[in-house]
Design a protein around this ligand. Structure first.
Ligand SMILES: [Zn+2]
Length: 125
């Protein structure tokens, strides 16, 4: 088993199998395999379509709450509040992108684990 279905592992965008290897190697780019245990993150074509739901689940509450707070403080028209929150939200987009994929991988592996990493571990440099 050995999956790390833990908030801290997800928060730090780590591998669901070993809990150590980083899922992302840059802001927008994923490692194809876990750098520690070799787990292949993308299980098949279109695998990350499911991550879309997590990005909605993360994005919509942030934007809704943000809009309400701005609207409540400024008493601006709603469209203006929404606009401001969208602009403020933009820097969070890469985070939402990474977090939604991370959560998706973790939930998918938790409910549908497979036995062993498919690829042998990559030698560490
Ligand atoms: Zn790993």
């Amino acid at each position: 088993m050995g999956h790390h279905f833990q908030l801290s592992t997800m928060w730090h965008e780590r591998c669901p199998e070993c809990g150590e290897g980083k899922i992302f190697d840059s802001r927008w780019h994923m490692n194809p395999n876990c750098p520690k245990c070799g787990l292949k993150f993308e299980r098949g074509p279109g695998y990350f379509t499911g991550a879309m739901y997590f990005s909605y689940a993360l994005g919509i509450p942030i934007i809704t709450a943000g809009t309400l707070i701005v609207w409540w403080i400024t008493k601006w028209p709603l469209y203006k509040s929404v606009l401001l929150v969208w602009v403020l939200f933009l820097p969070l987009v890469p985070w939402v992108f990474r977090m939604s994929r991370t959560l998706f991988i973790h939930f998918d592996r938790y409910f549908d684990p497979d036995d062993k990493p498919v690829e042998p571990p990559v030698a560490e440099g």
